[in-house]
Design a protein around this ligand. Structure first.
Ligand code: SDX
Length: 427
């Protein structure tokens, strides 16, 4: 919906439109700004800039609300399987039983990778970070499937299903490789989450029984990570995808963006921070003071958010799940106590309250991954596994939009003005 508007910018007047979203978010349409005024906007970090309109996910950062296609994240996490959420994000509705069965079967058919691709793992050092392996393997799919055709809906869906099937296998194989273990093949009778746990932890010498506690916890974590509108990695997917690069290269770019410690890489940094505090006598107040010290660039990983200026609704669900999982597994993890103490301080200390710094999605997730036996350097791979359907949904929404263009932001140049080259002897 849009209303006409006149925007007064200094001495300029711009005939514009105010775009109103379905949740009453409002934006100025400035598509005519430069041709009308000769000016552009400048918004480093894009905190005030909408890159697109999207039907997929709604966030209210002030109220701490997150919904996928209108459904509250809390209900989806409690009532759905991860593959149902993949379907919902991609196609806009929760699947009925037949649709769910067909969709799951299509993903299962894509779980195995080309036998030649297994040899790629021999080239990685055992110390390779699993995110390096994941992004390399996803890009390498382009070498086997270069027939992306964004004008063909069936091809679009085939590429999407292929990635939903294979990325889970790449993730499990990267773990097996780093532990010198043989790759485990998926089992047809297991669902997405059960197969991942089987491919990660099965022992070739004995039958693997899925622990329902771990399966339920992993299902919940994948759902909570599945999408988050225009975050850094999803915006990267939209940016790369806007050049009509093939989907494998596009998703690999998203994986690389997620790896950063300010984004998805934070979940690994949180556990490393909590372990550092534990090993330093548990003196969490010392680290809070370091984070508050203007002369230190130390940050409390897992706190703060570009959009949430309230408690991240995902962190609430994850912290409750962490308590449940630790209790059910009879694990007494001192990191949980340290995390709870840090949270208590952040919710009461003026430094954090003034800056609206609350625990985010990454703060408690690692405690569950750790209790499941997933190594710390795999945590961001787990984030990528969850976020994959979100990336794919935004790519699909963009690439099927007939008005979609290649993304090309402008800049304000501040470098040297025109000057002539002097011969090297005169410089
Ligand atoms: C994710 O965008 C998404 O949706 C991302 C995500 C998703 O699902 O895709 O939600 C996933 O990436 C969550 C965020 C994970 N990152 C971390 O936990 C890293 C630690 N957090 C910070 O780096 C920071 O909070 C950011 C990057 C998350 C947000 O940065 P902002 O909003 O740009 O805030 P800022 O850097 O401008 O900081 C504002 C103030 C500063 O102090 P002053 O200069 O005003 O005195 O808050 C301080 C900062 O120093 N601050 C922190 C802090 N985060 C911000 N101080 C201590 N510890 C922190 N974590």
């Amino acid at each position: 919906m849009s209303d006409s508007a006149k925007i007064q910018l200094n001495k300029f007047e711009l005939d514009s439109r105010i775009i109103t979203g379905s949740e009453n978010e409002k934006g100025f349409d400035i598509t005519k700004l430069r041709p009308t005024t000769g000016h552009i906007t400048l918004d480093p970090g894009y905190g005030n800039t909408g890159a697109c309109m999207s039907d997929i996910t709604f966030i209210d950062g002030e109220k701490g609300i997150l919904r996928y296609r209108g459904y509250p994240i809390e209900q989806l996490a409690e009532k759905c399987k991860f593959t149902e959420i993949c379907y919902l994000l991609l196609y806009g509705e929760l699947p009925n039983s037949n649709q769910q069965e067909l969709f799951s079967q299509k993903i299962k058919k894509e779980q195995n990778i080309h036998e030649d691709m297994k040899r790629f793992f021999d080239g990685f050092p055992i110390t390779a970070h699993p995110m390096a392996i994941l992004s390399a393997m996803v890009t390498s799919l382009s070498a086997y499937h270069s027939d992306t055709d964004i004008t063909n809906p069936d091809k679009i869906d085939n590429d999407i299903i292929r990635l939903l099937g294979k990325v889970k296998s790449f993730a499990a194989f990267s773990y097996r490789k780093s532990h010198g273990l043989p790759f485990i093949y998926p089992q047809p009778e297991l669902n997405y989450v059960e197969n991942f746990l089987h491919m990660m932890f099965s022992d070739a010498q004995e039958n693997y029984e899925t622990d329902p506690i771990l399966a339920e916890a992993l299902n919940l974590l994948l759902i909570l990570h599945a999408d988050h509108e225009q975050n850094c990695s999803t915006s990267t997917v939209r940016m790369v995808g806007s050049s009509q690069a093939n989907l494998h290269a596009t998703i690999s770019a998203g994986i690389s963006a997620l790896w950063g410690p300010l984004h998805g890489g934070a979940n690994q940094r949180v556990i490393e921070m909590l372990e550092q505090i534990r090993d330093d006598g548990g003196d969490y107040k010392k680290y809070v003071n370091m984070a508050k010290d203007k002369n230190s660039d130390y940050k409390l990983f897992g706190f703060g958010h570009r959009v949430y200026k309230n408690y991240d609704p995902r962190a609430k669900v994850i912290s409750q799940a962490a308590e449940r999982v630790l209790k059910a597994l009879n694990v007494d993890d001192p990191l949980m106590d340290i995390a709870k103490n840090l949270e208590h301080i952040a919710l009461n200390d003026n430094y954090f309250v003034q800056r609206k710094l609350y625990p985010n999605v990454d703060f408690y997730s690692g405690i569950i991954y750790k209790a499941m036996g997933i190594p710390t350097n795999m945590f961001t791979v787990m984030f990528a596994l969850g976020r994959l359907p979100g990336w794919l949904s935004h790519w699909r929404e963009m690439i099927t939009d007939p008005k979609s263009k290649i993304n090309r932001p402008r800049q304000i140049y501040t470098g040297p003005i025109l000057r002539n080259v002097k011969p090297v002897g005169d410089r």
